[in-house]
Design a protein around this ligand. Structure first.
Ligand SMILES: [Zn+2]
Length: 397
């Protein structure tokens, strides 16, 4: 039996006036995702427990079949795992964005989706000047980097995701609580260091947002969780461009496959991901295919870009994988987003998300298309996200 998870990050949404009351999923042309719902069974999943932050980390941990109440320890440690950064028992790992600050305002949570090379130079300077014994910065991908504090410092600090506070005052969202003074000093000292850097001078000349401030958040201790094989007794692979999912794959003991041209953005290599997934199924039983594009389109409030990301996912990922699975006798496909990222809100919510499961054994229900409303009639009802993997592999929630 082969298992595939088709994960289109943040594709679920609300009814939009701009789309005559339709959601982007309803509006988009998605014959292949509709096929999965029509020939399969569907329902709604609560991927994020009400008392937890509505992040991709919590949601994808759930979908991979881990109860987040038991295993969630922050986004930072997952990205550290992906970057191969070993965390000691008292190390606290923070996601560290490079942001654009302008006149005391959080202008852009991604410094204009700064390139990995440009950001790497900036993080290097920050580490050289602000790094010390117990304070270490590690370069990551685009605007996503890592800060590690030793001695348990900052674990209980209240930090804010920058993408939730675009347009707000920096002063109003600086870290609070335990060890916040250290974090605030690092944030404020990063600006004079970065402002005049040649990377930013070049970006400013090109009219691009500069990366002139660091912003740490989503911290935690090293992850300790059983492997996917220990939980579900099958081997597997993870395909994603973003460190968070790669880190989840590392912590779950999955093979993490890098796809050339996979950017974690609207211009990603959809086809390459689908082909890599089918290749992985030659040797593995399970593959998790994650595509970030629809979520990034939602965070910038771009409806057209979101619809294109959904249609690209349908045509270049779902179609190719459905065609490739015909080579296998027995297979199951789980289709879903990790959470909703409604365009009007430009951020994630706790709302349940639509999911559908297509099986080669032909089990189906009355649902004929895939979107947020059609699945309300799905035979699987509303389920906890972290129970779906057990249903997929063992047939019971
Ligand atoms: Zn997400």
């Amino acid at each position: 039996m082969k298992y595939v998870v088709l994960l289109c990050d943040g594709m679920a949404d609300y009814s939009l006036d701009e789309l005559d009351g339709k959601t982007p999923l309803q509006f988009a042309h998605t014959p292949n995702m509709d096929y999965i719902a029509r020939e399969g069974v569907s329902g709604q999943a609560v991927t994020i427990p009400p008392d937890m932050p509505p992040g991709s980390d919590v949601a994808n941990l759930s979908i991979l079949g881990y109860d987040p109440a038991k295993y969630y320890s922050g986004r930072g440690p997952l990205e550290a795992a992906s970057m191969g950064v070993e965390l000691g028992p008292d190390d606290i790992a923070f996601r560290c964005n490079i942001i654009t600050e302008k006149d005391g305002i959080i202008e852009d949570y991604s410094a204009g989706h700064i390139s990995t090379d440009e950001a790497g130079e900036l993080i290097k300077v920050v580490d050289e000047h602000l790094g010390s014994n117990g304070v270490k910065f590690y370069p990551g991908i685009s605007y996503r980097h890592l800060l590690v504090l030793s001695g348990g410092r900052g674990l209980d600090a209240q930090c804010t995701p920058p993408h939730d506070q675009v347009g707000q005052k920096v002063q109003d969202f600086l870290p609070g609580g335990q060890d916040s003074d250290l974090l605030i000093r690092l944030i404020m000292d990063s600006k004079p260091l970065l402002e005049g850097h040649e990377v930013n001078q070049a970006r400013a000349k090109e009219g691009k947002n500069i990366g002139n401030m660091i912003w740490p958040w989503a911290q935690g201790r090293a992850v300790s969780m059983p492997t996917f094989r220990e939980l579900y007794n099958i081997s597997g692979a993870m395909i994603s461009a973003v460190d968070l999912l790669k880190g989840l794959g590392v912590c779950a003991g999955l093979e993490v496959i890098d796809v050339p041209g996979a950017t974690g953005y609207l211009d990603t290599n959809y086809k390459g991901k689908a082909e890599a997934a089918l290749n992985a199924l030659e040797s593995d039983d399970f593959v998790y295919v994650h595509v970030e594009a629809a979520d990034e389109a939602s965070h910038i409030g771009d409806i057209d870009a979101k619809i294109k990301a959904i249609e690209d996912f349908d045509r270049k990922v779902a179609r190719l994988i459905l065609d490739g699975l015909a080579a296998f006798d027995d297979y199951k496909v789980l289709l879903m987003p990790d959470h909703r990222t409604p365009i009007p809100l430009r951020t994630h919510t706790h709302d349940p998300v639509p999911f559908a499961v297509l099986s080669s054994n032909g089990v189906g229900d009355e649902v004929t298309e895939y979107n947020e409303f059609s699945v309300e009639k799905g035979s699987l009802g509303i389920v906890k996200g972290h129970r779906i993997m057990n249903y997929l592999v063992n047939g019971v929630f």
